[in-house]
Write a protein that binds this ligand. Structure first.
Ligand code: GLU
Length: 341
């Protein structure tokens, strides 16, 4: 069953600083038209290298936009759950920075775009570090930095913080976790290479478990949009007002997402959409518009670079309708939708 589209606001009416009802209805129209325009696009293939991911319904397509004032706009299958996969990586990087500071964290992972596929077994020749936290090698190094003893405590801490950002309790999809743990030999190979060069400690199994569990966390488009809006809102959750992330470190995460967030499509994304974002092989993409909003989209069929086909189309169109591009002169700070007025 397809969920209905609609909008909601944090306090049953329009928040004082929020968009006007008229503007809200315009935004809803934009989402509805993007959904209608792309729902029948059938290109791409669902990822199957993690066998459980292959069970996703290829027809699913959801969009959610959340403003930093806590207003939410949705279209299509926005409430379908899927595993977050690589979209956990920016958040894990944020937590590593918060726990260890940037100097120590950067001893374990770089911030250079690699231009390589997400699962490449390539490291910075000079330092032996993974190129950045958005490729698997870098994310495993980050997981090693945020894991705890016992290992489930680290996974729970991650779930708890992500739940605070999403605004609801989140959980792991145990069958995806089992599937990835069973078949993740390439990631195991990467982790042992990292051990060999002293980037991670001997607790390789624990680091991998932290990483696989993070990737197996279930979210829907609304969760992604809210988590993105929390980042965009200097770390404060738009609905609860709770401080979830240290705002002084968010700029680092945004910068790495901007240059490395969309696999080997990152340059094109920065060019055309122009905002920090991250995609995952489950078919989700989330994007942050600094101080303004978060976007979450989902559709499981992927293009050759591993990005959601409908997700990319939807984000491009949304960016052009709302003037989201960071270097677009119609994007004027917090009044991003001024052109509509
Ligand atoms: N868990 C996946 C892996 O490590 C994440 C890949 C992705 O979404 O890019 O292979």
């Amino acid at each position: 069953m397809q969920s209905t589209a609609g909008s909601e606001s944090a306090n049953n009416g329009m928040p004082e600083n929020g968009v006007t009802p008229w503007l809200g209805s315009q935004i809803q129209k934009v989402l509805d038209s993007i959904y209608a325009k792309y729902k029948d696009v059938d290109d791409g293939v669902v990822a199957t290298y993690i066998p459980e991911l292959g069970k996703a319904d290829p027809k699913k397509f959801g969009i959610c936009l959340a403003t930093v004032e806590g207003e939410v706009f949705t279209a299509g299958d926005w409430d379908t759950e899927f595993t977050i996969q690589s979209m956990c990586k920016p958040f894990a990087f944020q937590l590593a920075l918060e726990r260890h500071g940037s100097e120590k964290t950067l001893k374990h992972v770089g911030v250079e775009p690699s231009g390589e596929a997400f699962n490449s077994i390539e490291f910075d020749q000079k330092t032996g570090r993974p190129f950045n936290p958005m490729v698997n090698a870098g994310a495993i190094a980050v997981s090693s930095l945020i894991k705890q003893k016992p290992v489930e405590a680290g996974v729970d801490a991650f779930l708890e913080t992500m739940g605070k950002a999403a605004g609801r309790k989140l959980r792991i999809d145990e069958s995806v976790l089992a599937s990835e743990t069973l078949t993740g030999n390439r990631n195991r190979a990467i982790a042992y290479m990292l051990l060999n060069s002293g980037i991670i400690d001997e607790e390789v199994h624990e680091s991998l478990h932290q990483y696989f569990a993070q990737c197996s966390m279930l979210v829907n488009c609304r969760d992604l949009a809210m988590m993105a809006a929390t980042m965009a809102n200097i770390g404060n959750q738009p609905e609860t007002g709770e401080r979830v992330f240290d705002f002084q470190l968010i700029k680092y995460v945004m910068a790495v997402m901007f240059s490395c967030g969309l696999y080997d499509y990152a340059g094109n994304w920065a060019f055309e959409v122009g905002v920090p974002a991250k995609s995952g092989v489950s078919g989700g993409i989330f994007a942050c518009v600094n101080r303004q909003l978060g976007v979450g989209v989902y559709s499981p069929k992927l293009d050759a670079q591993g990005n959601s086909v409908r997700g990319i189309l939807a984000c491009k169109e949304l960016a052009s309708h709302l003037g989201m591009h960071a270097f677009d002169f119609s994007n004027v700070g917090s009044s991003f939708m001024q052109w509509l007025l």
